[in-house]
Structures are given as structure tokens and as C-alpha cells.
Design a protein. Structure first.
Length: 326
């Protein structure tokens, strides 16, 4: 039997979608091992979060509450997770696959002297041994790992079924004290810059229309935005388009950007470098439009169109609007 601990991240007083995915994966793993599922919540006030985590499958919740935890700061959160992990003594720690999780997983593993695997897309138990699956070689292959000793697992976003809350479910809440050094306590956020997002977040979008270097400039992205808007989706971009300053870096998809798993991914003017393909391994259907017949994106595409996007996109958009009645 192995002890399983899940970090259940929160935003605006409620568990995030990534947290529910982690709790879902943790619950299934604990059931397969015959183990207890524990969760850790971190906030200035954790009462509501602890109950929500229990409703989403946790048998025990380690609650780290402190006024200093009113706003997310990586150093504070790592200290809080370490304190909870010391109290729980888990064999496995599951970390959410969002931006915060990617910051926290390696730091926590170092402090716990534990192994670490990131971008885990599937979990299975065979003969009492946990097997972790993650993409390698830019998503061209899948590797299966086992771990000796404690391990921190960074989950791949949108690859795990989220837990469904069960009303009336009961569990234990354990309060964990956070010891903060004077230096860490003096840390303050001096400025917060927020960018307004229109429509759906990339990580949550079921449809993504993404552009690359082949778009030719920022003006072309206006056509992509119009198509995404009519489809109820989000706009993404390759690193080349972001580095060129055509769109915000927050739209970047790939190994150093967002990892997405939409039902439909429309890649326009994207060559398909391995770093970009690593970010779309979870996409169910990929449609590629590129005038280069040898572009690597076509090897990943479900449907490919070899043409200049300017000759295809207007007709595609018009036909979709007709079908959608817009």
C-alpha cells in the first residue's frame, strides 16, 4: 500500500479545474492500491477548500492556513506543501498540471529528496506496482516508468478525468502550521500585471485556432480570432509568432508554452517543430493548413491542406458560419 497526497490548488476561493483533475487521478490511484487519499490545500482561509476537496474524493485534507498565504507566491507555497508532506509522509505526491504546479513540483521534490516525473498523462497499477506514462521525444513516443522510493508526479493538463463532487461526503481535516522565516515573511508582491483574456482560456478550450510564422504578421491573426470566436474557441500561436511580437507570449503553445488538449486543433501556417508538437499531444483532431507539403505538422494532422492559408481560410470560415447559422 502506498500513501497518496494530492496538491489541490485554488483560485478565487474554489478548487481549480486542474485540482479536480489531480483529485480524480489520485482517487483512482488510491482505490487501485487500496490506499487512503490525502489532499493539501493552501490559503489564508482553508475551511471551504478543505470541504470541497473532501467532496471531490479526499479522505483526509492537510490544511495549511495563514494570512500570509492570501496571494500565490511560489516560495511560500513550496514551504506550505513541504510542511504538509512532512505531516502526511506520502509515497506519491500528485501535483496539478497548471502553471503553478509546474513551478512547485521540482522544488518540492528537491526539498523532499524525492524522485520526480512531469507531464504524466496516464497512471496504471499492475501487480501492486504503479506505472506512470508520459510523452517523450516531443510526443513521438510514450514512455512508462516505475519509481523506487517517494516520487513527485507532475500531471499533464486535461489528460485526467476530473473528480465529480459528492454532496455529504465526509473526511478528516488536519491543520498544519506553517513556519515562515523572517526573510520569507518579508516577501511581498509589489506589482501585479494582469492581462485581460477574451473568450476561453487555452488550457480549457475545446477548439483552438493557432497561427505560426506562415501567418506573415499580426494582421493575419485578426482572421484567426474571428474564426475562433465563431467556433467558440481560443486563439493560440507558435513560439515563432510570439517571438516576432505578433501576438502575446501568453498565447504560445508548445514545450515552453501552454500544453493543450482540445477536441479540435486548427494549425494555420505552423510548420510543426517538435517543441510545438510536444504541446498538442493531447489534441484529439488536428487540421493543418500549410503551403509546405513537407511541413512536419502534416505527420501529426488528421486532415491536412497544402495551400496558402489566405486562399483557404475565407472559404472555410464562410462555410462554417453557414453550418453554424451565423
Amino acid at each position: 500500500m502506498q500513501n497518496v497526497l494530492v496538491y489541490a490548488g485554488a483560485d478565487q476561493g474554489a478548487l481549480t479545474k486542474s485540482a479536480r483533475e489531480a483529485l480524480g487521478a489520485g482517487r483512482r490511484l488510491a482505490d487501485a492500491l487500496g490506499a487512503t487519499l490525502a489532499a493539501v490545500v493552501v490559503a489564508a482561509d482553508t475551511d471551504a477548500l478543505a470541504q470541497e476537496a473532501i467532496a471531490c474524493g479526499a479522505d483526509r485534507v492537510y490544511a495549511v492556513a495563514n494570512p500570509i498565504l492570501s496571494e500565490y507566491q511560489p516560495d511560500l507555497w513550496v514551504a506550505a506543501l513541504e510542511a504538509a508532506a512532512r505531516a502526511a509522509s506520502p509515497d506519491v505526491v500528485l501535483i496539478t498540471g497548471d502553471t503553478a504546479g509546474k513551478e512547485l513540483a521540482p522544488r518540492l521534490a528537491f526539498r523532499l529528496r524525492a524522485g520526480i516525473l512531469t507531464e504524466v498523462s496516464a497512471v496504471a497499477v499492475e501487480g501492486g506496482t504503479v506505472r506512470w506514462t508520459r510523452p517523450v521525444y516531443g510526443g513521438k513516443a510514450m514512455a512508462v516508468y516505475t519509481a523506487k522510493g517517494p516520487v513527485v508526479i507532475g500531471l499533464r493538463a486535461r489528460m485526467h478525468d476530473p473528480a465529480a463532487p459528492a454532496e455529504g461526503r465526509r473526511g478528516e481535516v488536519v491543520r498544519v502550521e506553517l513556519s515562515v522565516s523572517p526573510e520569507l515573511a518579508a516577501t511581498r508582491i509589489v506589482e501585479k500585471i494582469q492581462q485581460a483574456l477574451g473568450g476561453v482560456r487555452l488550457e480549457d478550450a475545446r477548439i483552438i485556432v493557432a497561427g505560426g510564422r506562415g501567418i506573415g504578421g499580426p494582421e493575419g491573426f485578426k482572421d484567426l480570432e474571428a474564426l475562433a470566436r465563431d467556433l467558440g474557441g481560443a486563439v493560440g500561436a507558435s513560439r515563432a509568432a510570439c517571438d516576432a511580437g505578433w501576438v502575446s507570449a501568453s498565447l504560445q503553445i508548445g514545450q515552453t508554452g501552454a500544453t493543450v488538449a482540445p477536441d479540435l486543433y486548427i494549425a494555420i501556417g505552423i510548420s510543426g517543430a517538435s517543441q510545438h508538437l510536444a504541446g498538442i499531444t493531447g489534441a484529439k483532431t488536428v487540421i493543418a493548413i500549410n503551403k509546405d507539403p513537407d511541413a512536419p505538422i502534416f505527420k501529426r494532422a488528421t486532415l491536412g491542406v497544402v495551400a496558402d492559408y489566405k486562399t483557404v481560410l475565407p472559404h472555410l470560415h464562410a462555410e462554417l458560419k453557414r453550418i453554424l447559422g451565423k
